[in-house]
Design a protein around this ligand. Structure first.
Ligand SMILES: [Cu+2]
Length: 101
């Protein structure tokens, strides 16, 4: 009985650790066509809708979008398409890092 409890506890601890050690990817997209705060807002909204995107930063000054996403989701083609759908042109897309949290 006690051993079973310890065993269950160990499984639980293991599962929690697994969840915490998810990989995350930082992606930077150079965007052409952003001119004002509404552009920034539109792009932010577009990316915030994506489930696999956990963080969105849009810089009007640098004309860049920085995203923290899941390891392989969304794929880069989807991210590019999202920029296009929001009315802008993605000129460059790069993965800045892919690391374990
Ligand atoms: Cu604008």
């Amino acid at each position: 009985m006690t051993i079973m409890k310890i065993f269950r506890l160990l499984i639980l601890v293991f599962l929690v650790l697994q969840l915490q050690s998810a990989w995350s990817r930082t992606v930077e997209i150079d965007v052409h066509g952003m001119t004002c705060a509404f552009c920034v807002d539109g792009l932010e909204r577009k990316f915030r809708q994506m489930k696999a995107v956990s963080k969105v930063q849009v810089s009007l000054k640098l004309k860049k979008v920085r995203l923290v996403t899941e390891e392989n989701q969304p794929d880069l083609a989807t991210l590019k398409q999202a920029v296009i759908d929001a009315g802008f042109t993605p000129t460059k897309i790069s993965i800045l890092s892919n690391e374990k949290n």
